[in-house]
Design a protein around this ligand. Structure first.
Ligand code: NAI
Length: 325
């Protein structure tokens, strides 16, 4: 199979080298969009990542070019028009489960860093400033942690929080018996009003877009820490900015941002930032941003590559597409 990898990053290529014995691989650093789709020809499969947007026109073009399948190197699929894929009979396969631990543990890292102000302490030490003013955090022990979306990743996060002896609240339409044994399922309003820490792990879809909006912020405790490692669109960023300006929340740690597409994964050191909302968010001492790196562990990348290869081989061998959307 001839495979075009879009938005290919240096850190992931080595995980695919064993695939080159069976398949012909081309790695493109640029993303798949309406321009780049015209540049590729004679590929059997296009392999895309979180910020390659596959709209109706792109899917139609891929189908016309004879592409047999779109293979996602990720779990989330909010960037693919699945209706269009159905219309043009183009199978879309993903990696539904690779390492929920990678993302959950990053959420914990963000939470602890934000709470104990490690990001501030790190720079202080570099400047030989050993004072403690402004570095006070809170114990997680005994606090209420709200988990919105408790599937594979949320469940891992909730279990870790239970290990901290936190009181875990969950908002999820699907009740998981294992989770309900140690956490309480509550309505989202109760979770927002009762939690000291809120971590988002729901998928982005029309129902969850801006789930955390002005009204949601108005319900939260003033010291709440908001963690988002799911998808940026779950939070209305302008409402977040207002909440921070008005000190309605204690802080936010974000691995994802709703307009991350042209920013995250890029080095903009020489160009500067065009996004005024993100630029302003970055000025707050109680805002921590990472560049969609929650999945970035060796184990996760190995699993993504393995399942991606399985998905490609299913297309090649015309066997069952167990990971088809
Ligand atoms: P999952 O499908 O196992 O779990 C999602 C859970 O959210 C399900 O239990 C579902 O019932 C629940 N849910 C759906 N709508 C909801 C709503 N309105 N309110 C509350 N809960 C709702 O998905 P998984 O594997 O846990 O991944 C979650 C998300 O994490 C993905 O959709 C993806 O966007 C994001 N992700 C982020 C990564 C990163 O590097 N930052 C890496 C991998 C995934």
């Amino acid at each position: 199979m001839k495979i075009a990898f879009f938005d290919a990053h240096g850190f992931e290529k080595k995980f695919y080298t064993n695939m080159s014995e069976q398949h012909e691989l081309d790695f493109f650093e640029f993303r798949l969009d309406e321009k780049s789709v015209s540049l590729i020809e004679n590929y059997d499969i296009v392999c895309v990542f979180v910020n390659d947007h596959l709209n109706d026109r792109i899917i139609q073009k891929l189908s016309e070019q004879g592409v047999k399948a779109v293979v996602l190197r990720c779990a989330g699929y909010n960037n693919v028009d699945l209706e269009a894929a159905k219309k043009y009979d183009l199978p879309v396969l993903r990696v539904p489960y690779y390492s929920p631990h990678s993302v959950a543990e990053h959420a914990v890292a963000l939470m602890l860093c934000l709470n104990r102000k490690i990001h501030k302490a790190y720079y202080r030490m570099k400047d030989l400033n050993f004072s403690l003013d402004g570095l006070m955090g809170m114990d997680i022990f005994g606090k209420t942690v709200g988990v919105i979306g408790c599937g594979n990743i949320g469940k891992c996060f909730a279990k870790i929080m239970k290990g901290f002896s936190a009181n875990v609240l969950v908002s999820d339409p699907h009740i998981d018996q294992e989770v309900s044994a140690f956490a309480s399922y509550v309505a989202i309003e109760e979770l927002l009003e009762s939690s000291d820490i809120i971590s988002l792990h729901a998928p982005l879809n029309p129902q969850t877009l801006h789930l955390i909006d002005k009204d949601a912020f108005s319900r939260m405790k003033e010291h709440v820490l908001l963690i988002n490692t799911s998808r940026g669109g779950l939070i209305d960023s302008k409402a977040l900015l207002q909440a921070l300006k008005l000190k309605k929340i204690g802080g936010a740690a974000l691995d994802v941002y709703e307009e991350e597409e042209n920013v995250f994964f890029e080095n903009l050191s020489d160009d500067g930032l065009q996004d005024d909302v993100l630029a302003r968010l970055l000025t707050f001492p109680n805002v921590l941003v990472t560049s969609h790196q929650a999945f970035l562990t060796t184990e996760a990348l190995e699993n993504i590559a393995k399942i991606t290869l399985d998905n490609i081989n299913a297309v090649k061998n015309k066997t069952e597409f167990i990971n088809q959307l």
